[in-house]
Design a binder for this molecule. Structure first.
Ligand code: G6P
Ligand code: MN
Length: 445
């Protein structure tokens, strides 16, 4: 089986390859093709993978190319993990937003819109190439903002593109753990958009155990979301929000912490990763060791500003490994081997949430088998959550429309309608600011 990874020179690729190395079953991935625009990044990552494969007799064969069609031809699965504009772009997303006093996080608020505006045209082009060159391939989209980008690609690929994120899985795992349950045996009642969802229940042996957690402040305060949101707020909500909702519920504090930080997340990662890729240019560098050190530092500092604002302290050791690769591998296995499983994924709504249309990509538990991912029926969201989901979906639709028409006015509308952008004038200046720094937005006229 051939797996193509777009953004194959990306830093997280060794996580995926590491997961593949642990799969020895029949029908596993035997060929990995890395595609990237940057040949130096490809060779850096290829070196790490070669070290990872040392001593593994059935390690998937790895090749690298900068030719998209060549990479896609014959692929059974395509992982799309690109970053349009690189980490410099992410840092600029943050900087321009902060200059206007709004959030520039890579997936939430103004930053997510800017990132979406430059990513959607590229992702759609990839989707068109896949439809042309590898029409039977399944595309697993990792690229952020994952829900929006998956929806853009689904316009060309239908249900053959599925978006993934590790945050709902991590959240479910943490809740199950504090309840003393095995995460694999729990049913997690979660729904929303990517980075905008809520756990409303967690069933073990047919019983909802979430009320037990919500009623116990000690238990509630003992894990990441309890620390991040505060036990009182979780009790008021009667649900456990995805960690990214911190940027909504504590927006002022988040903006302040970001503005006061010595470096924003994007700027930190830009510099940190540049160090890694530079080191890889030295022929004698120990690739895997350097990669692993860089990865550990990245994971330990994830969402540091948010945790600092909330006084949440260090991350739990158990939460350090994100788990993207595990979700991706589980999804790929379920499809390739028809091993039926349940995963929280980004798929088209169909009739799952009645407040959204059938084509809207949502994040929801799905049954997965050889026929793809099928969202399960869920209870409706409460009004405040439905309201946020509808507002943000409306913003995403303006981003898609702006990408299609190239209309600057539509891009302004996308920013202006976002609940975390508080003035149309701010939206106008954001479009000015972003188009001035991002060559990828030159299409907006
Ligand atoms: C979580 C999110 C991902 C995101 C990552 C960012 O895993 O679910 O969507 O890519 O964190 O981490 P970073 O280290 O880039 O800030
Ligand atoms: Mn995510």
């Amino acid at each position: 089986m051939k797996l193509t990874i777009l953004g194959g020179g990306g830093f997280r690729v060794p996580l995926v390859y590491g997961a593949l190395l642990g799969d020895h079953a029949e029908g596993r991935v035997t060929r990995v093709v890395l595609h990237d625009l940057d040949a130096d990044r490809l060779s850096a990552v290829t070196r790490v993978l070669a070290e990872q494969a040392t001593g593994v007799s059935d390690a998937p064969e790895v090749s690298a190319t900068t030719d998209l069609d060549e990479a896609l031809t014959g692929a059974d699965f395509v992982f799309s993990a690109i970053r349009v504009g690189g980490l410099e772009g992410r840092a600029n997303d943050e900087r321009v937003a902060l200059a206007e006093g709004v959030l520039g996080q890579e997936t939430v608020g103004a930053g997510g819109i800017a990132y979406g505006l430059r990513t959607v045209p590229v992702a759609e082009n990839i989707a068109r190439r896949v439809a042309r060159v590898a029409p039977d391939a399944w595309v697993i989209n990792f690229t952020n903002p994952a829900g929006l980008v998956t929806e853009a690609m689904s316009r060309h690929l239908g249900d053959r593109v599925i978006g993934i994120c590790d945050s709902p899985v991590g959240l479910g795992r943490r809740i199950a753990r504090v309840l003393g349950a095995n995460p694999g045996e729990a049913w997690i009642d979660y729904v929303g958009l990517n980075h905008l969802g809520w756990v409303r229940g967690l069933r073990i042996n047919g019983r909802d155990e979430l009320p037990r957690l919500l009623a116990d402040p000690d238990l509630l305060g003992s894990f990441e979301e309890g620390k991040l949101f505060g036990t009182d707020w979780l009790q008021s909500l009667g649900a456990i929000p995805n960690e990214y909702l911190h940027y909504y519920y504590f927006n002022r504090e988040a903006v302040r912490a970001y503005s006061q930080a010595e470096k924003t997340r994007g700027a930190f990662l830009r510099d940190q990763q540049a160090g890694f890729y530079d080191e890889m240019k030295r022929p004698d560098a120990a690739a895997l060791t350097a990669w692993d050190r860089t990865r550990a530092e990245r994971e330990a500092t994830y969402m540091a500003e948010a945790r600092e604002t909330a006084g949440a302290g260090e991350r739990d050791a158990d939460d350090l490994s994100g788990g993207y690769e595990k979700v991706a591998l589980a999804l790929m296995r379920a499809i390739a081997r028809d091993e039926r499983t349940t995963l929280i994924l980004n798929v088209r709504n169909r009739r799952t949430l009645s407040v959204l249309d059938a084509e809207a990509v949502i994040e929801v538990p799905c049954l997965v088998d050889a026929n793809g991912a099928h969202p399960v029926t869920v209870d409706p969201l409460p009004d405040h959550a439905s309201g946020l989901v509808c507002s943000v979906k409306a913003v995403e639709r303006e981003v898609l429309a702006a990408a299609e028409s190239g209309s600057r006015a539509t891009a302004v509308k996308a920013f202006a309608l976002h609940p975390l952008v508080d003035s149309v004038n701010v939206a106008r200046r954001l479009v000015d600011g972003y188009t001035a720094v991002h060559p990828g937005l030159a299409y907006l006229k």
